[in-house]
Design a protein around this ligand. Structure first.
Ligand SMILES: [Zn+2]
Length: 191
């Protein structure tokens, strides 16, 4: 189906899906992944910077959904001129959720700082691990929020975002390793 007024990356994903309906600022559609969805288990929304956030309520992994769509994980990112991330509103740690959120934000900041220090391959493998940890953390947070609340949605969107970043980092690490191996092979042939 064609969805008008959706940003380019999002429109590309929505075009591939069946039974798409709009729900506020997000969409629901039939999940193309291995969960054998007959309803609308896939949630689609646009994250900051124009990236596309996908979440299957029946448990499909991001890569399974992306493969079923005939896309690559990198297709979920569109080059957008808008600011990358809207600053989080100031936290008043009044609830358990807010405290947990503050904790996760601190982890994210230290992850960013560490990435700059390490050599590329170490940074990438650590990024995979740290992003995967954040996926788990956000899913736990979403479960503890419960129901169709704003906090739940936020956590699921962040989990999807970090899952995408983990996949991208893993892919980058693979490419880097291949390059290193080719370099060794060339050296061995030359000597
Ligand atoms: Zn699914």
């Amino acid at each position: 189906m064609t969805v008008l007024a959706a940003p380019p990356g999002l429109a590309r994903v929505l075009d591939q899906l069946q039974h798409v309906r709009r729900m506020g600022d997000s969409w629901r559609g039939k999940c193309p992944g291995p969960c054998d969805d007959h309803h609308a288990a896939l949630s689609i929304r646009e994250g900051s910077g124009g990236r596309v956030l996908l979440y299957c309520f029946k448990g499909c992994q991001l890569w399974e959904i992306v493969c079923a769509l005939g896309l690559k994980v990198s297709d979920l990112f569109t080059r957008s001129k808008r600011p990358r991330r809207v600053p989080a509103p100031p936290l008043r740690a009044e609830t358990e959720y807010e405290l947990a959120r503050a904790m996760v934000l601190r982890e994210e900041e230290s992850l960013l700082r560490m990435r700059n220090r390490w050599t590329p391959l170490w940074a990438l493998s650590d990024a995979v691990r740290e992003h995967s940890k954040l996926v788990q953390r956000y899913r736990q947070l979403a479960a503890s929020c419960g129901g169709e609340k704003e906090g739940t949605w936020f956590c699921l969107a962040e989990a999807a975002h970090h899952q995408t970043l983990a996949h991208l980092a893993a892919h980058e690490a693979d490419q880097l390793l291949t390059e290193v191996r080719r370099g060794h092979e060339r050296q061995a042939q030359a000597s």
